[in-house]
Design a protein. Structure first.
Length: 136
């Protein structure tokens, strides 16, 4: 059974409202093409928000945080949408979208930072192109 079928109407409304809020925040920050994606069901899920090239965005507004499960869902959506990066935007209680948590796997985070700083010589050690686990 998909998450959509298992959750009730109130939970769906809460999730839809959060997806709308996150979408509007992306648009307000220059990502005009950001839009909510249809929720056709878990087998074809490619994320909650589209229009941000190279990214899969999942939005979660739950009482209980289930980061491992959400990252697994994100990875499946990323594979289906063939995107390089992905993140889960998690609603915090009593805090708006600006205070939301953004969750992603560390190797994707490192890759994203590396990409962001490609044009800034000296910001990163360019001899290390692949993700490397830190030594214990």
């Amino acid at each position: 059974m998909s998450d959509r079928v298992a959750m009730g109407k109130a939970a769906r409304r809460k999730g839809n409202a959060w997806e709308n809020e996150v979408t509007k925040a992306f648009q307000a920050n220059g990502f005009r093409a950001a839009s909510r994606l249809a929720s056709p069901g878990e087998k074809r899920d490619i994320g909650d928000i589209g229009g941000i090239p190279g990214f899969t965005i999942e939005c979660k507004n739950h009482k209980e945080y289930k980061f491992g499960l959400w990252i697994d869902q994100l990875k499946h959506a990323m594979a289906r949408s063939a995107t390089r990066w992905g993140a889960v935007v998690v609603k915090r209680r009593m805090v708006g979208v600006r205070g939301a948590m953004v969750v992603m796997e560390f190797d994707l985070f490192v890759d994203l930072i590396r990409q962001a700083h490609e044009s800034r010589p000296g910001m990163i050690d360019r001899s290390r192109r692949a993700f490397v686990d830190a030594e214990p």
